[in-house]
Design a protein around this ligand. Structure first.
Ligand SMILES: Cc1cc2nc3c(=O)[nH]c(=O)nc-3n(C[C@H](O)[C@H](O)[C@H](O)COP(=O)(O)OP(=O)(O)OC[C@H]3O[C@@H](n4cnc5c(N)ncnc54)[C@H](O)[C@@H]3O)c2cc1C
Length: 389
């Protein structure tokens, strides 16, 4: 009799951890990913293309602004949103990045720091996927230390004039609105810049070797006139964009586990089918060591993610905990991709086996939304009270 097998979901014990609505989110996102995104991801990645025409289908599932309340948003709990990110990233980190930026950066910024009129104007359209957003904080000379930003806004009559550059901005070239952070005489402020405002342009970053199925670009603001009603009235200082990033990191942490899981599942299937020295390589102890190590880390990270999601839902998740989760999960996902790739030998670098694509994407997740090193320092500061940035 064959030995009983357990898949990763059984090892985690997912079903006992999820509530009914969370299982429904998992099932519906899994279905759309399998039917609509997986069949085209290898070609899209190679072509450097994001599946823009499928955005309405993401919107229909309530994934845009998923965890926000009101204004046409689905109002999902943190865990349901995390599960959605996990399922999306089973396909590709770029797909999850699109949803993360629309939801947790652009829409969250308007939802948290916007006026009632701004919320009414933009959020329902963004939830429906008719208006796409991006979030411009990083600049060519200021990444980990955005306090030094050079983009600036000067008051001009009833409005503002914005000038500067942003770089490495997800969704830049497809966004109808950009949340742009700029230095003013009163401190850092956030602006909703509309793409048809004269002086504003989005530029592609060429020759990208990671996140190829995601749109990434630069923003150029050359004396863009922005009316006062497009300034986010509740955003004062750097803590506003940092609050958005803290929120978005949670989705990154959940998403990367989806990529890790995809890699592990592919490696297990391959190991069971690939024969060398007369037996499936899955029967070799060194191969089982790889699989067992990866599975153990993914299970541990998944359980931590569930615990922190419940804390977030209770409003008790500290930013240092989010840093810890993002850092840990990105590390283990990247390691899972590298070790899974090796299990596939030469086939590990072939596009049709997906793992190399995940590995390349996960290099970006290691860096964006706060680098691994910056989160290390955030945890260190929380432990010691001493900031070592
Ligand atoms: C695919 C992709 C999408 C992105 N999307 C967005 C987006 O939508 N919006 C946005 O605003 N930004 C976005 N970013 C930018 C991203 O957030 C930055 O790349 C990141 O914050 C790091 O900044 P940097 O690239 O300027 O690196 P730097 O800050 O120059 O860091 C370079 C290296 O130095 C290390 N370092 C820096 N300071 C310290 C320190 N004090 N101690 C120890 N080590 C340190 C870093 O950890 C890193 O290893 C994206 C990036 C990528 C790759």
């Amino acid at each position: 009799m064959a030995n009983e097998t357990l898949d990763l979901e059984q090892l985690i014990g997912w079903d006992g951890l999820l509530q009914e609505d969370e299982k429904q989110v998992r099932a519906s996102v899994r279905r759309i990913v399998k039917d609509r995104f997986m069949p085209r991801i290898v070609a899209d990645y190679e072509a450097g293309k994001f599946a823009l025409e499928l955005v309405p289908e993401l919107a229909k599932l309530g994934l845009l602004g998923a965890n926000l309340e009101g204004y046409g948003c689905a109002g999902m709990g943190s865990l349901a949103y995390g599960i959605a990110c996990h399922e999306l990233e089973m396909c590709d980190s770029g797909l999850r990045s699109f949803v993360s930026v629309q939801t947790s950066l652009a829409m969250f910024a308007i939802h948290t720091f916007g006026s009632e009129a701004q919320k009414q104007r933009w959020l329902p359209e963004m939830a429906a996927g008719r208006v796409l957003g991006c979030f411009g904080l990083t600049e060519p000379n200021h990444g980990s230390d955005p306090a030094g930003m050079e983009t600036h806004a000067e008051r001009d009559g009833a409005g503002w004039v914005l000038s500067g550059r942003k770089l490495w901005i997800t969704n830049a070239q497809v966004a109808h609105v950009a949340i742009v952070w700029a230095r003013t005489k009163e401190g850092i402020r956030g602006f909703i810049v509309e793409r048809d405002m004269p002086g504003y342009a989005a530029e592609e970053i060429p020759h990208k070797l990671s996140m190829r199925a995601s749109v990434t670009g630069g923003l150029v603001m050359d004396g863009v006139r922005v009316p006062e009603e497009n300034r986010l009235p509740e955003a004062a200082g750097l803590k506003a964009p940092l609050a958005c990033l803290n929120n978005a990191r949670f989705g990154v942490a959940w998403g990367v586990l989806g990529a890790a899981r995809a890699c592990l599942e592919i490696a297990i299937k391959y190991a069971c089918e690939r024969t060398q020295f007369g037996v499936p390589i899955a029967a070799k102890q060194l191969v089982q060591l790889e699989l067992a190590d990866i599975a153990t880390e993914v299970v541990k990270a998944s359980l931590l993610s569930v615990h922190y999601a419940r804390l977030k839902e209770a409003g008790k998740l500290h930013p240092a905990q989010t840093s810890l989760l993002k850092r840990n999960n990105c590390r283990i996902a990247l390691e899972a991709a590298r070790r899974s790739r090796a299990v596939l030998g030469g086939n590990g670098i072939a596009g049709d086996f997906h793992i190399m694509r995940h590995a390349a994407n996960l290099e970006s997740t290691f860096t964006y939304e706060g680098t691994d090193q910056i989160h290390t320092l955030s945890i260190g500061r929380a432990l010691t009270g001493s900031a070592a940035f």
